[in-house]
Design a protein around this ligand. Structure first.
Ligand code: SF4
Length: 101
């Protein structure tokens, strides 16, 4: 399992990342070339663009699942919906209702 603490600094900010356990097998770059590239200096893959659409996320997830060393992580920070507002108090008085003591 990918470790956030071993996340390569080459990754762009966002949910998906590659950690230092990558063995440069090329699978992720073949599966999802729009998101994974090879850093020639370190000889490892990194995420250079985060998936945005559901189709893109599915492709990045396929690459993550296929990684033989589980070096691809998803910390789930992308696509989180903001918290729903609290329900408003429905205790309006419309007449005829019982009142609390
Ligand atoms: S699939 Fe995994 S081990 Fe292979 S290049 Fe990508 S991150 Fe590295």
């Amino acid at each position: 399992m990918a470790e956030q603490t071993d996340r390569l600094p080459q990754n762009v900010a966002g949910a998906y990342y590659v950690d230092s356990s990558c063995v440069d097998c090329d699978l992720c770059r073949n599966t999802a070339p729009d998101f994974f590239r090879r850093d020639e200096e370190i000889g490892l893959s990194f995420v250079y663009r985060q998936p945005v659409t559901s189709e893109e996320r599915a492709l990045a997830e396929e690459a993550k699942q296929g990684c033989p060393t589980e070096s691809i992580g998803n910390d789930g920070l992308l696509g989180k919906a903001p918290s729903a507002p609290l329900a408003q108090n429905a205790g309006s008085s419309t007449g005829g209702g019982a009142q609390k003591c």
